[in-house]
Ligand binder design. Structure first.
Ligand SMILES: Nc1ncnc2c1ncn2[C@@H]1O[C@H](COP(=O)(O)OS(=O)(=O)O)[C@@H](OP(=O)(O)O)[C@H]1O
Length: 390
C-alpha cells in the first residue's frame, strides 16, 4: 500500500512500478547469492587445507618411523649433542678449537632446536588437531655447485607437499655463522611433523669452514649437490658476472694467465670452483658418501623428472613430483613446471636462469677441458659416478 501511495505520489504508471519491483528483487537475489557463494568458498578452502595437512601427517606417520628418528636426531644435535652420531666424523685434528667454539655458539643460542608458533590465530585449527607448526633447522641442504642448476632443483623438489624450503639463500654457514643457530632457524619456514626443512646456498660447497659447521649442527644432515660440466659452469658464472659489470674483460682474458692459452688461471673464481674433487674431499672428512646425493645439472635439464625421482628416493619421500609436473618451454629453452598434477599454473624460472652465453674461442674451451680432465676423473672416482663431461 505504501509503495502504491508512493508511486501515485510520484505519478508512476503501474508498468513503471512493475519494472522497479523486478529490478529490486533481482538486485536482492544476486547480492544474496554472491554472499552465499563467497562464504561457501572460504569454508571449502579452509576444510581442504586442513584435510591436506591431516593426510600428509598420516602418510608420513605410517610410512616413516625412520623419519621420526631423523627429526629427533636433528633436535639432539641442535642441543650440541653431536657426539651421539653414528655417521662419519671429522679427524680429531680438524675438530679441536673451532669445534668447541661452535659448541659454545650452539649452547648459547638454541634451547631445543625448534621454535613453535603458539598464539598465532591462523594456526589455531592445526593446534586443535594436535599439529603444531614450528620452525626447524634444515634436515637437508643444497650446498652447490653455483651455476649448476641449484635453483631449478629447489623449485622442483619443493613442489612436494612434504618439503618446505627457505625462499632465498640464507648464507648462514658462510657469512652469518656468528649470528647463531637461533637466527638461522628463524629463517626457516614453518613445518608440521614429517615435513622436511630445506635450504640452498650454493657457496657452501666451496667454503672451507662450512662442512665442519654443518656437521656440528646435525651430523645426519642430507646434502644435495648439483654438478655440471665445469667448463660450461665457468662460462655461466662469467656470464652472470658480466651481466652486472659493463666493462668486464673477455672470458678468454680472465681464464688464462698472460692472455695466452697455455696457463690456466686457477685463482680466478669461475675456473677455481670447477675443481670439484678438491672441495668434495673436504666434505668427505665430515660426511659419508651415503649422506650426499649428486645430481647431474645436464640431466636436470634433459630429464628433470628422472633426477627429481632420485632426490625423492634419497630423502625417503613418496614419488609425488613426476613427469606430469614438467613441460619443455621452447621459448625459454628449458623445462618449466606445472605447480600441480592437474597441470595448472605453468611456471618457468626467472630471466637470470637460462641466460644466453657469449661466444668463447674454441681453442680456449679445448684448453680448459684438458685442464679439468684429471680433476673430473678424480671426482668420478670419489663419487662413483661417471658424469661423462667432454
Ligand atoms: N629449468 C631450468 N630453467 C632455467 N635454468 C635452468 C633450468 N635447469 C637448469 N638450469 C640451469 O641453471 C643454471 C643456474 O644455476 P643455479 O640456479 O645453480 O645458479 S645460482 O648459483 O643459484 O646463481 C642456469 O645457467 P645459465 O644457463 O648459465 O643461466 C641454467 O643452465
Amino acid at each position: 500500500m505504501y509503495v502504491s501511495i508512493w508511486c501515485h505520489s510520484l505519478n508512476l504508471s503501474s508498468r513503471s512500478l512493475a519494472i522497479v519491483l523486478v529490478v529490486c528483487v533481482t538486485l536482492v537475489y544476486f547480492s544474496y547469492s554472491f554472499n552465499a557463494c563467497l562464504l561457501a568458498s572460504i569454508s571449502r578452502t579452509l576444510q581442504q587445507s586442513n584435510l591436506r595437512n591431516l593426510l600428509t601427517l598420516q602418510q608420513r606417520n605410517a610410512s616413516s618411523e625412520a623419519e621420526a628418528n631423523r627429526v629427533s636426531n636433528a633436535s639432539r644435535s641442535s642441543n650440541g649433542n653431536s657426539n651421539s652420531s653414528t655417521s662419519a666424523g671429522p679427524s680429531s685434528n680438524s675438530s679441536s678449537s673451532s669445534s668447541s667454539s661452535t659448541t659454545a655458539i650452539l649452547n648459547s643460542t638454541v634451547s631445543n632446536g625448534i621454535a613453535s608458533v603458539d598464539g598465532a590465530p591462523k594456526y589455531q585449527m592445526l593446534r586443535q588437531q594436535g599439529l603444531r607448526p614450528s620452525r626447524h633447522l634444515p634436515d637437508t641442504l643444497i650446498i652447490g655447485v653455483k651455476k649448476s642448476g641449484t635453483r631449478a632443483l629447489l623449485e622442483f623438489i619443493r613442489l612436494h607437499p612434504d618439503v618446505r624450503a627457505a625462499g632465498s639463500e640464507v648464507h648462514f654457514f658462510d657469512r652469518h655463522y656468528q649470528r647463531g643457530l637461533r637466527w638461522y632457524r628463524h629463517h626457516m619456514p614453518y613445518t608440521i611433523e614429517g615435513q622436511i626443512t630445506m635450504e640452498k646456498t650454493p657457496s657452501y660447497f666451496v667454503t672451507k669452514e662450512v662442512p665442519q659447521r654443518v656437521y656440528h649442527m646435525n651430523t645426519a644432515t642430507k646434502l644435495l649437490i648439483v654438478v655440471r660440466d665445469p667448463v660450461t659452469r665457468a662460462i655461466s658464472d662469467y656470464t652472470q658476472a658480466a651481466s652486472k659489470k659493463a666493462d668486464m674483460k673477455r672470458f678468454e682474458q680472465l681464464a688464462f694467465v698472460n692472455g695466452s692459452y697455455s696457463v690456466v688461471d686457477t685463482n680466478w673464481g669461475p675456473v677455481k670452483i670447477g675443481v670439484y674433487a678438491r672441495y668434495l674431499e673436504h666434505w668427505l672428512l665430515y660426511f659419508p658418501l651415503s649422506q650426499l646425493l649428486f645430481i647431474s645439472g645436464e640431466r636436470l635439464i634433459m630429464d628433470p623428472a628422472y633426477e627429481i625421482g632420485r632426490v625423492q628416493d634419497f630423502l625417503g619421500l613418496k614419488r609425488v613430483v613426476t613427469e606430469k609436473h614438467f613441460y619443455f618451454n621452447a621459448t625459454k629453452g628449458f623445462p618449466c613446471l606445472f605447480k600441480s598434477e592437474a597441470r595448472s599454473t605453468p611456471h618457468c624460472l626467472g630471466k637470470t636462469k637460462g641466460r644466453n652465453h657469449p661466444h668463447i674461442d674454441a681453442n680456449a674451451i679445448e684448453r680448459l677441458r684438458e685442464f679439468y680432465r684429471p680433476f673430473n676423473n678424480k671426482f668420478y672416482q670419489l663419487t662413483g659416478i661417471n658424469f661423462a663431461w667432454p
